[in-house]
Design a protein around this ligand. Sequence first.
Ligand code: URA
Length: 247
Amino acid sequence: MSNDDLRRQLEFYRDIGIQTLWRRDAVLRAAAVVEPAVIPEPESPSLIELPPLAPVGDTLLKIRQDIGDNCRRCRLCEQRTKIVFSDGDEKAPIVFVGEGPGADEDAQGIPFVGRAGQLLTQMIEGTASKEGIPLKRQDVYICNVVKCRPPDNRAPLPDEMEVCGQFLFRQLMVIRPKAICALGGTAAKALLNSKEGVTKMRGKWHKWHDIPVMVTYHPSFLLRGYNQAGKREAWEDLKKLLHFVYD
Ligand code: URA
């Protein structure tokens, strides 16, 4: 790659919000703290492996192939069982973005199949049916910010989100849905880079590269304890989303 090509590619990353690149060997060090690599002068481009973001003619199949079957780009590879890429219709007008796989998803390789997933399915299908919209879970596209399960279901760390975020970016660019639903604070942060919490952001329209984004609560949050108010709000958010897309 020439120095000019490298400069252009780094500028492209900066324009889409990527501030820091990690060296592959630094990411793989199991140490709790990962040191960001200094972006080198173009004289030493071989230090950085640049991910192919949104290549021309990109497809979901290519993205899945680029991830590979044994991705080791971040420390989440160490404890995962299966890489969890997506579920649902690749031509869907709505994409739901969660945080990262849990234990059931890690075992099956499919997003949102555990308790939170069952609630998400109920929320999508229940709201649609009440609103007279013939929509099933398989009619939407579902994916996560990170494709491998964070240990003990902890939230993904910023470098993990950044490394894996390139694939979410490409998924959304290929699908170009009519609207995106960010499930919870991690998805909202990854897509919108906002410092606001989910309580402030939910129920309102935001934008990801011109595509409207509705933020709502993560289904796992709604499963916690007695959370009727949260559930009601999430149902309202979904109603808004479905009417925007299907009316
Ligand atoms: N929580 C998520 O954010 N994603 C899943 O796939 C499952 C639970």
